[in-house]
Design a protein around this ligand. Structure first.
Ligand code: RTP
Ligand code: MG
Length: 148
């Protein structure tokens, strides 16, 4: 099954939105294969956002993502990479559709609450940057023998 990487950025954590965001992702039907609260080092931030290294906002982006804890997740589901990006919404929260995470909670492009991988290649790269193999779990959600 396809996997993607999502990360609630420091602004989302500071605004106590972890529960609300995870609830939306679970309600959508995605399966959580891995999750953790962590600090992003400067080195990891620069590697993660290396495609933006030449952009004028790169320094600010690295400073912001390392400014406080993030909540990193691996989600699993059919077509999860593209569908999670739809749930996340457009990059600029001021243009993101209502009903999306950025549309409902984001304030500015620099503080847009959450990151989501944008392709199969980025998803694989980002999952392996943020998670060890042992932190991405393979388990069955449909084992309901215990419900009577
Ligand atoms: P992300 O990588 O964080 O999921 O966001 P994205 O794909 O929607 O957008 P991307 O183009 O990859 O940009 C990465 C992050 O850089 C910040 N940004 N700031 N000041 C600016 O003009 C500007 N443009 C982009 C945003 O926080 C964006 O999420
Ligand atoms: Mg991106």
């Amino acid at each position: 099954m396809e996997k993607t990487f999502l990360m609630i950025k420091p602004d989302g954590v500071q605004r106590n939105l972890i529960g609300t965001i995870v609830e939306r992702l679970e309600n959508k039907g995605f399966k959580i294969a891995g999750a953790k609260l962590m600090h992003v080092s400067e080195e990891l931030a620069k590697t993660h956002y290396q495609e933006h290294a030449d952009k004028p906002f790169f320094g600010e982006l690295v400073d912001f993502i390392t400014s406080g804890p993030v909540f990193a997740m691996v989600l699993e589901g059919e077509n999860v990479i593209d569908t999670a990006r739809l749930v996340v919404g457009s990059t600029n929260p001021q243009q993101a559709a209502p009903g999306t995470i950025r549309g409902d909670f984001g304030l500015t492009v620099g503080k847009n609450i959450i990151h989501g991988s944008d392709s199969k290649e980025s998803a694989e790269r980002e999952i392996s940057l943020f998670f060890n193999d042992s932190e991405v779990l393979d388990y069955n959600l449909s084992n309901t023998d215990w419900i009577y």
